[in-house]
Design a protein around this ligand. Sequence first.
Ligand SMILES: Cc1cc2nc3c(=O)[nH]c(=O)nc-3n(C[C@H](O)[C@H](O)[C@H](O)COP(=O)(O)OP(=O)(O)OC[C@H]3O[C@@H](n4cnc5c(N)ncnc54)[C@H](O)[C@@H]3O)c2cc1C
Length: 490
Amino acid sequence: MRRIGNPDRIVIIGGGISGLSSAFYLQREAERQGKEIAITIVDGAPAFGGKINTLQHNGFVIEKGPDSFLARKQAIIDLALELGLEDELTTTNPGAKKTYILHERKLYPMPPGLVLGIPTEIGPFVKTGLLSWGGKLRALLDLALPVRKDNSDESLGGFLERRVGNQVMRRIAEPLLAGIYAGDLKKLSLQATFPQFAAAERKHGSLIRGMMHNRKASASAGALPAVAKGGTFLTFKGGLSTLVKALDEALSKAQRRLGTKVTEIRRNADSSAEAGSMREVSAEGGAGRYEVVLDSGERLQADRIVMTAPAYDAADLLEPLTDCSELRTVNYVSVANVVMAFDKSTFGLDFDGSGFVVPRSEGLHITACTWTSNKWLHTSPDDKVLLRCYVGRSGAEESVKLPDTELIKAVRKDIEETMGIKAVPMFTEITRLPRSMPQYPLGHLTNMKQLRERFERELPGVWITGAAFDGVGLPDCIRQGKEAAQAILK
Ligand SMILES: Cc1cc2nc3c(=O)[nH]c(=O)nc-3n(C[C@H](O)[C@H](O)[C@H](O)COP(=O)(O)OP(=O)(O)OC[C@H]3O[C@@H](n4cnc5c(N)ncnc54)[C@H](O)[C@@H]3O)c2cc1C
């Protein structure tokens, strides 16, 4: 018998940005198609947001996870507009455009025109003190080097080394891109991280020429709201949790199970014959294709499941049902960040930029330091200073595990050595994010395609998505959430 009149029960595992945007677009798309669905979102944490976590404290807006997003990425702009958040958007301080890179304990301004570490303006690039003459010439050789014929995946680091040389890769690109992946560029997939680099080489015969072209093209794109044109990055005046709160409110019809983890997913006995079709059961509200078991003891019946937990959690839950070996190829790096607030009167330094990044070779605990109160004017009272220091990257994750007092001591030593800051913070806020940064290995796109095809055959109705798949940035997670909704309702 068909479950006529009964809504399709969709359980979303994970209430981070991927899970919430899947739910939002499922709800909206189902309404548009006139389909009845019943969504339940389950998250082991006590609140929605996943990695997004804004703390409001004594007039400070402190981000414990992500702090902003790329303004040119349409998916998050569209979502913000759909949620009526346009007036909440804010961009970086126009007076803090400079970013510095540490080299041999000295801060060098990033040469203007660098895009993702690749020079698109030759004049400032040849003048920078960050690289030797040999390093600069090696980078410019990219303009004449032959194009790789083989279209197979290669490592991001290998690609950059091949095109612009080891110095640009290690001294500029790796520390800049570490903010996104905290990764070892030699282990990350080029196709899964920066496919535009490979496309630039293929189309323009040179990475530098290709990036110059892309820069001009994006400058004239212009389908964004006014605030998005003001800077490269955007956030919300009340922090990124604004987006989570708005999604939570918009999900009026979804049920929530917070503070309870999924411990098991079971396939109900008669589900295998029904690949691709709506579930048939014998009674209203009867068994679904799957039973989702929670550690609260509750069992949810699900006709469809959207899995957005990190790859290792997803694999633990789905391996009993089918081969998930591809999920195990995605390693995660642990990171931490230490936010420090100071009284401006005792701080002893005026900022003229947004912060600096630290190459691996400097051997410091910190990988970057954002001058948050100068980069984002809404984050701090006028008479205070807010700094955010990042710790941990692939192959150097020990600092993340230091006890609080030692971690603060190590970070303060680093900021004294790099900026000469001896001031004592008014307060510090430490956030450890164990296994939080997915590392896309070589062949990642093929692996994930293969996994999804197997799921389609063997786990009908289960869609897996999130930061482990096709982009770690918030806009990419939102885009993937939207794609999940479309795939589920197809
Ligand atoms: C320190 C840091 C800084 C970052 N900065 C930026 C930035 O500035 N800009 C940007 O665009 N991106 C940034 N990112 C990346 C971005 O924040 C993440 O990729 C994104 O938030 C991931 O969202 P998600 O929903 O896919 O996963 P998550 O946010 O990890 O959500 C997954 C959820 O699944 C839940 N879960 C796991 N297992 C179970 C289970 N068994 N049962 C129930 N629930 C479960 C978890 O509790 C979690 O809430 C940053 C990431 C980190 C770690």
